[in-house]
Design a protein around this ligand. Sequence first.
Ligand code: ASP
Length: 439
Amino acid sequence: MRKVVKFGGSSLASAEQFKKVGDIIRSDSERKFVVPSAPGKRHSKDTKVTDMLYACYETAEKEEDFKEQLNAIKARYEEIINGLSLTLSLDSEFKKIEADFKKKAGKDYAASRGEYLNGIIMAHYLKYTFIDAAEVIFFDENGDFDADKTNKILSERLEKVESAVIPGFYGSYENGVVKTFSRGGSDVTGSIVAKAVKADVYENWTDVSGFLIADPRIIENPEGIETITYRELRELSYMGATVLHEDAIFPVRQEGIPINIRNTNAPEDNGTWIVGSTCQKSKYVITGIAGKKGFCAVNIEKDMMNSEIGFGRKVLQAFEENGISFEHVPSGIDTMTVFVHQDEFMHKEQKVVGSIHRLANPDSIDIESDLALIAVVGRGMRATRGTAGRIFSALAHVNVNVKMIDQGSSELNIIIGVANSDFEAAIKAIYDIFVISQL
Ligand code: ASP
């Protein structure tokens, strides 16, 4: 068995956290490939090293004195090194970083140093080989991740070592210039490494014991999810779950490698397993509920819309031309509604409306704002009758008006649109009917 283990920022925020991580890795000889994040927050008011680096580089870019900011970052690492009693000095690394900041080496380079330095410490601590991600993870000239080149070079490199630490979050362009993934991107690196070594499992260690059925800010003490499929997770993550970077599932999904989300602060918990497919029945009909506020519905009406070829394309073209992505497009015989993110749409609404008029010549356009979308997701729905009926009677019971319904033909999810103000009540009602009432 080969395991790739990724540790998030809060798991590596201090020497004390590093020790927990060390214990976890040493307790299982299969944990050979380690992907660390940069040190995160030690307490709720703390600042992540990545954010400190962005701020420090901003000062450097303005050609102002950034020495104090850089020293504060150095102090974070020194606290870890000293706390672990390591004989390691990062002086020369910080000299180089200072010089590179002065030369304006780029914002991505600046942010990537968080993972890079933590990787050096981790490798030293574990006595594993350190591999700079800039040498093995690549982006093409458009800034897109180059999966083929990366997999080839990374797997060849990792074949030669017994164990390694590969910092998360960044890679490089062909010319060696450093580029990062989007925030939280160490999750993606872990997945790429798991694919390259053909791992049996990708363990993603964080500060929660896996996914919860619903958001704990809305539901008090929600139950955890034991097993979830990649497809179910896509439906949930896309609606706002935050535990795992949404791009992290693609590299391992192709290879059929499961992801196990684990808690560094409670290593005995099984966490959540994310798998390709499973015959494990989830405990409840639904696997999870997720949602997001802040959508707008653009309702477009035109008589005989159903027989006008190309109407839908023209409407969507209006959104495309204005650089706006849509979430859902439920339709009726003479109506079509496009759900968009309000914050994206707000500034461009009149331009979009103008474009729709010009391109599709509708009878009327009406915009409704402050809507929330809720996804109720579960592989169990397919085999269970009455799921939609139960959702809607639960919502009616708490006086929530349903504004939109969308069920994918995969029968994996039902999406419901409600007013922002009904969002929490709707989630509570759905959780109650599927989970609480089954306990
Ligand atoms: N350190 C980076 C961030 O804060 C990447 C990561 O932690 O995955 O976004």
